[in-house]
Design a protein around this ligand. Structure first.
Ligand code: SAH
Ligand code: SF4
Length: 395
C-alpha cells in the first residue's frame, strides 16, 4: 500500500470526495512512505506527526520548522481533516460529549469521562453496527458504514483540540482510550488498528498499552490477529454465561460460541507478556434475563482458568428496548457471589447521564437527527435543573 492509497475514503461531514491525502489517519510508517514517495526526507514524517497530534494543527502554514516550499507542496497534495463537530456538551460531572457528522444524516459520538487524574475517551469505530445485540441502541439502527482511520483517530484529535495545546505527553487530559463507542471495532479491523497505533506512538498520543482498550462482542479470529499485531488491553462483551442465552443477546455467538470465545481469550492473555494480561468481561445487567443466581454460578464456572475481571454494567434503557435494568439488590448479590468465588468484579458507576453520554445511548435516533439535536441542546441548557439519575456511564 502506498501512502496515496491510505485513507482516501469519504470523511465524516464531507459529501464531496477530495483527491488530497488526509494525513490525519496515517501511522508513522505510512507517513514516512508518503514523504519518501514525494521525494522528501523521512524525518519530515516525525515533524508533521508532531504538528498534527501534539499541536492539533490542521494547516501546513502552522508548521514553522517545515520550509515554505515544502509547506506549499504539502498544501497542494495533502490535507489534515478531522470529523466535523455537530455538537459538543459538558455534563455537570465533567463528562463531555461530541457528536460528529456522518453522511446520510447520521452521526457518531465520542465521550470523555474524567475521573481524578484519569481521563477516558470513548471512541466510535463504525456508523451503526451489524452485530445487532438485542439490548443495544446502536445495534437497532443497523450498520451504515465503516469509519476510516482518519475518522477514528480524528475523534481523539478533535477532543484534544477542545482541551487546548499540551506542553508534554504526560500532561494530556486524555490518559485512556476505550473503543467502546458505536460499532464493532473488530469488524473494521485495519482502520481501528492504524488508529490505535497512532494512539500508542509517542509522535501521536503516547498512550501506554494498558490504557488503550478494545471492546469486542467476540470476533474470535480477530482476537487472535490482534494478539499478533498490537499489544493493547482487551474487553469482551460477554453478557451471558451459556450459549442459549448469549445467542439471544449477542447474535454473533451463533458464529463464535462460548467455548471458542473462551479459548481465544485464554490464547490472548497467554500471548500478552506484560503483567497486566487480564481481560475485562463486560456483563450488562438485564432484569430477570441474565441476573439470577444460576447465571452467576454458571459464569464462575465459565471463567475458571482465564485471568479476567468482570465489569457489571447496569442496563441503560432507551425507548422500545424491551429490557429493564436489574434491581439493585440483584446486582449487588451477583457482584458478591462472583467476588466471593474468586472472580474480581466491579459494578460500573454513574456518569454523564444528563447529556445522554452513557453506554447504549450513543446516537439513539440516527434517522431523526433534528429531534435528537433539539433534545440534546435542551439537555445541555436545562442540565442545572435535572435531578441526578443512576444511569451507567459510557465506559
Ligand atoms: N461493539 C463493541 C464495543 C461497543 S459497545 C462491543 O459490543 O463490545 C460497548 C459496551 O456497551 C459493550 O459491552 C456493550 O455491550 C455495552 N452496551 C451496549 N448497549 C448497552 C446498554 N443499553 N446498556 C448498557 N450497556 C450497553
Ligand atoms: Fe454492536 Fe457492540 Fe452494540 Fe453489539 S453491543 S450491537 S457489537 S455496538
Amino acid at each position: 500500500m502506498t501512502a496515496h492509497e491510505v485513507d482516501r475514503g469519504s470523511q465524516v461531514g464531507d459529501a464531496v470526495q477530495t483527491e488530497k491525502v488526509n494525513l490525519l489517519g496515517l501511522t508513522r510508517p505510512q507517513m514516512e512512505e508518503f514523504f519518501l514517495a514525494m521525494g522528501e526526507k523521512k524525518f519530515r514524517a516525525q515533524q508533521v506527526l508532531k504538528w498534527i497530534h501534539h499541536h492539533q494543527a490542521d494547516d501546513f502554514e502552522q508548521m514553522t520548522d517545515v520550509g515554505k516550499a515544502l509547506r506549499e507542496k504539502l498544501a497542494r497534495v495533502a490535507e489534515i481533516r478531522g470529523p466535523k463537530v455537530l455538537h459538543e456538551g459538558i455534563s455537570r460531572d465533567g463528562t463531555r460529549k461530541w457528536v460528529f457528522e456522518a453522511d446520510n444524516g447520521g452521526a457518531v459520538e465520542t465521550v470523555f469521562i474524567p475521573d481524578g487524574r484519569r481521563g477516558t475517551l470513548c471512541v466510535s469505530s463504525q456508523v451503526g453496527c451489524a452485530v445487532d445485540c438485542s439490548f443495544c441502541s446502536t445495534g437497532k439502527q443497523g450498520f451504515q458504514r465503516d469509519m476510516t482511520s482518519a475518522e477514528i483517530i480524528g475523534q481523539v484529535w478533535q477532543a484534544s483540540r477542545a482541551f487546548g495545546p499540551r506542553k508534554n505527553l504526560g500532561e494530556h487530559p486524555i490518559t485512556n482510550v476505550v473503543m467502546m463507542g458505536m460499532g464493532e471495532p473488530m469488524l473494521n479491523y485495519e482502520p481501528v488498528l492504524s488508529a490505535m497505533r497512532i494512539m500508542r506512538d509517542d509522535l501521536g498520543y503516547g498512550i501506554s498499552k494498558r490504557r488503550i482498550t478494545l471492546s469486542t462482542s467476540g470476533v474470535v479470529p480477530k482476537i487472535d490477529q490482534l494478539s499478533r499485531d498490537l499489544d493493547v488491553s482487551l474487553a469482551v462483551s460477554l453478557h451471558a454465561p451459556n450459549d442459549e442465552l448469549r445467542n439471544q443477546l449477542v447474535p454473533l455467538n451463533r458464529k463464535y460460541p462460548l467455548a471458542d470465545l473462551m479459548a481465544a481469550c485464554k490464547r490472548y492473555s497467554d500471548a500478552i507478556t506484560h503483567r497486566h494480561n487480564t481481560i475485562t468481561m463486560e456483563y450488562v445487567m438485564l432484569r430477570d434475563v441474565n441476573d439470577k443466581p444460576e447465571h452467576a454460578r454458571q459464569l464462575v464456572k465459565l471463567l475458571k482458568g482465564i485471568p479476567v475481571k468482570v465489569n457489571l454494567i447496569p442496563f441503560n434503557p432507551f425507548p422500545h428496548a424491551g429490557y429493564e435494568r436489574s434491581r439493585k439488590a440483584d446486582i449487588l448479590a451477583f457482584h458478591k457471589f462472583l467476588n466471593d468465588n474468586g472472580v474480581l468484579t466491579t459494578v460500573r458507576t454513574t456518569r454523564g447521564d444528563d447529556i445522554d453520554a452513557a453506554c447504549g445511548q450513543l446516537v439513539g435516533e440516527v434517522k431523526d437527527r433534528t429531534r435528537r439535536s433539539e433534545r440534546w441542546q435542551a439537555s445541555i441548557f436545562h442540565r442545572a435543573e435535572q435531578p441526578d439519575s443512576n444511569a451507567a456511564p459510557a465506559q
